[in-house]
Each structure stands twice: as structure tokens, then as C-alpha cells.
Design a protein around this ligand. Structure first.
Ligand SMILES: Nc1ncnc2c1ncn2[C@@H]1O[C@H](COP(=O)(O)OP(=O)(O)OP(=O)(O)O)[C@@H](O)[C@H]1O
Length: 311
């Protein structure tokens, strides 16, 4: 038995040409292992191939080449078992307006062949905070409630792996927090979580490991901590005790004077000790009132890795 929840080898997808659109190679040979029990981030710019990858995992898009193994089950050899091991919360709420939340969960459980006695409708409604809406028609639910119901539907068959495709795009803070609380709880209970998001601070906060894909290729896969450590760039922010000009700087440091009077200095921490900047500032006759450093964020790592490959 493998320690990976998902094992993807040489995964390719080419969408066939239609009408005027030429064929599109959306995935160009992805190798990716996702460890059991992790919260894994799948990131990439628009059109990178994330949805294609997720849809292949969900069994909604047929791959062109390669292998996909979900929870030890090969998707081609054991399609039923591999499908039963994964639950997908899609981006868009496509809900049948004539079903109630309880009804939707029941139908979904039926689709997955969950016997009536083993259905956890009440428990799931409780988790997603829709107990009091159990019998309300879907069309009367708010956008946030529909999103929560989508999460509930992904859970009816108690999958080992839960995929959330852009779960917080356009949702308010309250719903976002609720989703993250649920995700953490499910992960604490042992569920492996795969997440795509455009909000990099969210990935930074939530994910243990991250893969970035671009133009159908994986360009990096590492722990979030290591990824953040890759960027050697740091910023030192100095508040002078009165308005001052930016002192002249050597080549290894770039600086700027902010509109609020603070001075920011960006440098490579492996090459330049912060003390060098502090002395430079003091030597310019500036009295330092306050000083702090800013670490690199995932956003900068992401931009540095994807920017040079655009085109
Ligand atoms: N059904 C399809 N037919 C043809 N081309 C497609 C199809 N679905 C996606 N593509 C193309 O494949 C590429 C990858 O798309 P995909 O939706 O997987 O990217 P993505 O990373 O999920 O982007 P986004 O964040 O915008 O959803 C894009 O160039 C897209 O236009």
C-alpha cells in the first residue's frame, strides 16, 4: 500500500480540434504524487490546466495518456473504487432547484450507491450549517448556502480524498472562514485535501505542499515552507523619526521612500546582512524610530516561477 493518496504519471490531455479551434494540449505529461493526509495546493495561472487535471481525477474528462491512481486504485483498472475514493467540490453551483438540501444529499448518495442505512445526511447538514434549511428548496438558498451544499454533496460517500476547485472565489469572509474550518476538521479526521485557489495567501496559510503548473507542465512541487524559502529576497522597512530622503544605495540593495515617509530596502538576505542597511541609514544621519522586516510571500514565488515562462 502506498503512502500517496494520488499518484499521477505522465498525464497528458489534448482536447480535440473543434470547428475553428485547433487541438489544445492542456496537460503535457504531469508526474505528481500527493501524500495521504496532506492539504495540497494545486496552483497555476488561468488556463494552466488545473481544471483539466481535477476533471480527470473526477472522471469527468478522459485523459489522453498516462496513469492516475487514487487511494491505491488505478483509474483504468479499478474505475469504481478510484471514483469512490474521491469527492469533488466543483467551482460552479449547478444545483437542481427542485431538490431540497436533504434531498440533494440523498440523491447524490444514491448515485454513489451508499446504502440508506449508511447515509450521513443529518451529519453532513450539520457540518455545512444547513440543518435548518434541510427541507428548503435549493432555489431559495443564498449563493453561500449553495456553495456549502456543494461541499456536502462531495462528502456523501465519505471519500478519502476531497478536491476543492476554487472554493472561495467570490465568497464572503464568513463563508470562507466556515469552509476553512470544515476543511481543517476533515483533514484532522484524516481526509486528504486538494485545493486550487487563485488566492495565494490562502494557499500559503492552508497548504502543507504545493505544486504549480503552467502551460500544462508542472514547474515546481515542494513544501510551502521550502517554496517560501526559495526566495532569498527580504525587505527591511525603516521608519525614520522625521521626514528624510532615501540615502544613496550600493547595487546590491534597492530602496524606495514610501508616501507615508517610511523607507523600504529590498536585498538578498544570503548576500547582505541587515546590519549593512542599518549602518548605511545611520551614516546618512537618519535616526531610526522603528524597523521591521517583511518575508517573501507565496505570491512573489509564484510570480518569479511563472513570469519567465509566459508566452
Ligand atoms: N473542453 C475543452 N476543449 C478545448 N480546450 C479546452 C477545454 N477545456 C479547457 N481547454 C483549454 O485547455 C487549457 C487548460 O484549461 P484549464 O481549464 O484546465 O485551465 P485552468 O488552469 O483550470 O484555468 P482556470 O484557472 O482559468 O480555470 C486552456 O488553454 C483551455 O482553453
Amino acid at each position: 500500500m502506498t503512502d500517496n493518496a494520488i499518484e499521477i504519471k505522465g498525464l497528458k490531455k489534448t482536447y480535440a480540434a473543434t470547428g475553428k479551434s485547433p487541438a489544445k494540449e492542456a496537460l503535457k505529461g504531469i508526474d505528481l504524487n500527493i501524500p495521504r493526509g496532506s492539504i495540497f495546493g494545486l496552483l497555476g495561472p488561468n488556463g494552466a490546466g488545473k481544471s483539466t487535471l481535477i476533471n480527470i481525477l473526477a472522471g469527468l474528462v478522459v485523459k489522453s495518456a498516462g496513469s492516475v491512481n487514487i487511494w491505491g486504485f488505478d483509474q483504468d483498472r479499478n474505475p469504481r473504487q478510484s471514483r469512490a475514493a474521491i469527492g469533488i467540490m466543483p467551482q460552479e453551483p449547478h444545483l437542481d432547484p427542485f431538490f431540497t438540501p436533504a434531498g440533494s444529499l440523498d440523491v447524490q448518495a444514491g448515485l454513489y450507491g451508499v446504502p440508506k442505512a449508511q447515509r450521513k445526511t443529518a451529519e453532513i447538514l450539520e457540518l455545512i450549517g444547513l440543518t435548518d434549511k434541510a427541507d428548503a428548496y435549493a432555489r431559495s438558498l443564498s449563493g453561500g448556502m449553495r456553495r456549502r451544499l456543494l461541499l456536502g454533496k462531495a462528502l456523501v460517500h465519505t471519500p478519502q480524498v476531497l478536491v476543492l476547485d476554487e472554493p472561495t472565489a467570490g465568497v464572503d469572509i464568513e463563508l470562507r472562514n466556515m469552509l476553512w474550518r470544515n476543511v481543517r476538521k476533515l483533514n484532522d479526521d484524516g481526509m486528504t485535501i486538494i485545493l486550487t485557489t487563485h488566492y495565494l495567501e490562502e494557499a500559503e496559510e492552508m497548504c502543507d505542499e504545493i505544486a504549480i503548473i503552467n502551460h500544462g507542465e508542472q514547474i515546481v512541487r515542494d513544501s510551502t515552507t521550502n517554496l517560501l524559502g526559495r526566495l532569498d529576497s527580504k525587505t527591511l522597512v525603516i521608519t525614520p523619526d522625521q521626514a528624510v530622503e532615501l540615502p544613496s544605495l550600493p547595487n546590491n540593495i534597492t530602496g524606495a521612500r514610501q508616501t507615508d515617509g517610511r523607507l523600504t530596502f529590498t536585498y538578498k538576505s544570503s548576500e547582505t546582512p541587515a546590519e549593512q542597511i542599518l549602518s548605511l541609514v545611520r551614516d546618512a544621519g537618519i535616526t531610526i524610530k522603528d524597523v521591521h522586516t517583511q518575508e517573501a510571500h507565496l505570491e512573489e514565488v509564484f510570480l518569479s516561477l511563472t513570469a519567465s515562462r509566459e508566452g
